[in-house]
Design a protein around this ligand. Structure first.
Ligand code: DCP
Ligand code: MG
Length: 373
């Protein structure tokens, strides 16, 4: 194999439950589950870590959950907000790599091998991504970093919640040796039981079997098991989604006192934006121009307009409009563009980005478009 890859697996902590607590802070400190009602034979989709201490789990009947955790607050799922948060997180990922493979709304693989932020340190890049998600989406995520997908996924679970764990290339052998076989991709209850009968509990135990033996016990899966129990996994991160927006922004060391000072910052931001858009020129067309302003009291507003270009003059007009809403010093300015793919076939079907995103409202919580600098 060529150079060692840097793969991250990022998984939100108690995802639906975290969004519910974020949006209703009075729930903080209570055991909560998101799912169907106990009276209607509903099941738990997920629960917060406090509820987990009582034994509540995903896929458990809500009635059982309520019984083992009497104070449990059960909330009906509302997918639109989970989708919006997911899209917002994906947009943050896109500031670091385009090689993103979402596995569900709350988890994704990222190939960071070519990302040059933090001089290519995947640990620092992932720390920054996690900090941005905490700040911009207001939930925590856990992450694993490793030379391949299998190990990155195992690692993201290692320090959950709100943690991160790196499997360095030199650690792979010892790390995988002690892993229970259940942690292997594709090993469910049935296969694990079969392995147990063979005296196999850990990946180290599995290494005692040669290729032919694994083949005879596990058929076509045997070949993969041979590799996995040695920490080998050459699968590529397969990007399946497209970029929906691009932006640049700046938080100023000293607040900009008024509109003129803000306008004076626009050409510099505009130049950075054009540079970034240039790289996407063949794949995307521009559908909107957007300006984001965060005032000194952290109240944010965005203003956007339909537009096929990234004209500086239009950004000026949007900035003037946004500034009028606050009329006070500004700590952050951002400009960006919403994008559509040039080729229709590129559009990924299932994702409705930011469907719950309020537009042009002060302190809109879902500002998916922007990146901190
Ligand atoms: N989910 C579901 N039904 C399940 C499992 C999960 O509806 N049986 C939903 C709810 C979860 C989301 O998918 O919030 C993500 O699943 P995870 O397995 O990642 O679980 P959580 O994110 O909730 O918790 P964790 O902190 O363990 O990742
Ligand atoms: Mg999760």
């Amino acid at each position: 194999m060529s150079a060692v890859r840097k793969i991250a697996h990022i998984d939100c902590d108690s995802f639906y439950a975290s969004i519910e607590i974020r949006d209703n802070p009075s729930l903080a400190g209570l055991p909560i589950a998101v799912g169907g009602s106990p009276e209607r034979r509903g099941v738990v989709a997920t629960c917060n870590y406090l509820a987990r201490e009582f034994g509540v789990r995903s896929a458990m009947a809500s009635a059982t959950a309520r019984r083992i955790c009497p104070g449990l607050v059960i909330i009906k799922p509302e997918m639109a907000r989970y989708r919006a948060a997911s899209a917002q997180i994906t947009d943050i990922f896109r500031d670091y790599t385009d090689i993103i493979e979402p596995l569900s709304l709350d988890e994704a693989f990222l190939d960071l091998s070519s990302c040059r932020h933090h001089r290519g340190s995947a640990s620092l890049i992932v720390s920054e991504i996690r900090a941005r998600i905490a700040e911009e989406v207001n939930i925590t995520v856990s992450a694993g970093i490793a030379p391949n997908k299998f190990l990155a996924k195992v690692a993201s679970d290692w320090n959950k919640p709100d943690g991160q764990f790196v499997v360095e290339p030199l650690m792979i052998d010892s790390f995988v040796r002690q892993l229970p076989v259940r942690k292997l991709f594709g090993v469910g209850k049935v296969t694990a039981a079969k392995m147990e009968k063979l005296g196999v509990q850990s990946c180290g135990d599995l290494r005692d079997f040669d290729r032919d033996q694994l083949d005879s016990h596990f058929g076509s899966f045997g070949k993969r098991l041979y590799d996995l129990c040695r920490g080998v996994d050459d699968r590529a991160v397969q990007p399946t989604r497209i970029r929906k927006s691009i932006s640049v922004e700046n938080t100023f060391a000293t607040d900009l006192p008024g509109l003129d000072a803000c306008l004076a910052e626009l050409p510099g931001l505009h130049e950075q934006l054009l540079e970034r858009i240039e790289k996407l020129r063949d794949k995307y067309r521009i559908s909107k121009q957007v300006v984001k302003i965060k005032f000194h009291d952290f109240i944010s507003t965005t203003v956007e307009t339909l537009s096929p270009t990234t004209e500086l003059q239009k950004y000026r007009e949007l900035l003037e409009e946004g500034y009028q809403r606050g009329l006070r010093p500004v700590r952050l300015l951002g400009i960006g563009a919403r994008l559509s793919p040039v080729h229709e076939g590129m559009t990924e079907s299932s994702e409705v980005k930011n469907s719950a995103t309020p537009k042009n409202t002060a302190s809109a919580p879902q500002l998916a478009l922007f990146e901190e600098r």
